[in-house]
Design a protein around this ligand. Sequence first.
Ligand code: G6P
Length: 612
Amino acid sequence: MCGIVGYIGNKKAGPILINGLLRLEYRGYDSAGIATIENDNIKVMKNKGRVNNLYELDGINNLVGTIGIAHTRWATHGKPSKENSHPHMDNSNSFAVVHNGIIENYHELKTFLIEKGYKFVSSTDTEVIPNLIHYYFSQDKLNDDKKVLRAVKNTCNSLKGSYAIEILSKYNKDKMIVTRKDNPLVIGKGNGENYISSDIPAILSYTKDFYLLDDNEIVELSRDDVKFYNKELRSIKKQVKSIEWGALSAEKDGYDDFMLKEIYEQPKAIRETVGAKLDNGHIEIDGLEITKEYLESINKIYIVACGTAMHAGVATKSIFERLCKIPVEVDIASEFRYRNPLIDEKTLTIYVSQSGETADTIAALKLAKLKGAKTLAISNVIGSSITREADYSIYTHAGPEIAVASTKAYTSQVVLLNILGMYFAEKLERVDRDIINKLKEDIFKLPTQVEEILKDTNRIHKFAKKVYKEKDMFFLGRGTDYAVSMEGSLKLKEISYIHSESYASGELKHGPIALIENGVTVIAIMTNSELVEKSISNVEEVITRGAKVFVITSEEIDNDEISEIIKIPKTNTFLSPILSVIPMQLFAYYISKEKGLDVDKPRNLAKSVTVE
Ligand code: G6P
């Protein structure tokens, strides 16, 4: 995880770097630091804790350097502390490095360097990098303008693992070097200045023109130039990509928190995701050239992802099964990649990732590709790593999602997976076309229906106030409602730190009901008219044992013993997760606020998990 920023230009680097770090804090926030070059020396300032803690450091506002690198950390090796914060320097204070990723062979490299006389001050894996650069630099007898680049290249050849790194060198005071492997890094092209960042939104207010780096590319930046090299240091050419997102979409825009803003952006995100694929009821998916013959040859679909994105897969499995008549398995990426799944060229594997940078999801994709399966990535970030690996890439149009807990990305993923299921079904012609046409009509109604739910959130807030001090909660549902109960439970854990479990309502009697006692809170989701009676019976069972029940439903339910009923609009069962999840998101949000927690940056979490 971790976020990195860099700047080279004519302005003071300090404020630009700190501003960028603040926007990347979702990637890690246990320590932060910056390095600039002043009076021919590298100056490093770092501190434990949030990025704002940098302002506690003497002289932080007086930095005059116009070139600098910066880092916000999510600790992997070594506890959060000032010593373990980045940037890290080599022993001679000639090279400063910030790093996102994990160096798997750092023990071996550290031993090698210690034998050569190098000393280490931190417990991080990163500290081997500046020292190794120094080692290769000092071994190189050639004194030309590529000497630092060669040292970086040789260092990268020695590293195993994943990295995005920025390097400042006192031997090359007007240049900066960056490189990446399996971790994100983008370069923002300005006029007489250039920017570096782990993601695009963090520097969108400075430029809209970006270079997207591929694995193992090494880049040398100066104020007016960006030079790209492959891993053998041969020059390569790269195209600039212009990005459309407005800088404002990465701002809070008057809301207290990004999460609340993103919850309220869902009608727009859904509208844009639908609008980009469903034109006048005709499905057109850019980047997808899948034939009827290929679809007929598929014997299985895997949907693979992590966290909330995986829940989007669980919520949409049934559309592929019911409308395409193809068996579907949804798997957690970190499990899928190590369980030797049965995959061959007749398997279609779909990967869902908001960021497109999640390490396990990317590794799962690479594995399936090796086994000959077709790979299709669904991401929210154009040009993200996963989209560059996959055979096909299609996009949600949610705009930048900043809060760690995913909201608008989830609903957009569920919408897009439904559209994909319909697209396949139209080609396969295994079900009556009227079913698909009706579904299309229902999809167009979703944004207005979400707006309707968001208009009145008082009752959700009231219930949250009633239960925010609790230690445990249970979420129940059947079918697609069960998928949403999993997501509701995850949201609550992530931002309110309340322990919660989700269960398929019918499974309750097989053990978990033993945990239901007086006062326990149960959240039940019931949107499927065919299953509502069975779900009500399950709710009665917990009420009998003293539970307080909060129901989210699109059905008419008349039951005085239910503490609160939230009515949501009716839609097709395949689409119901898009509506029923909204009260769940708000419920978790209000509880977190009542508890006075940091909604956008919950403890121990990071938005983009680029380590295994
Ligand atoms: C992290 C985030 C989750 C997210 C998951 C997958 O755990 O905290 O919110 O769902 O990663 O992220 P992705 O970018 O692959 O969708």
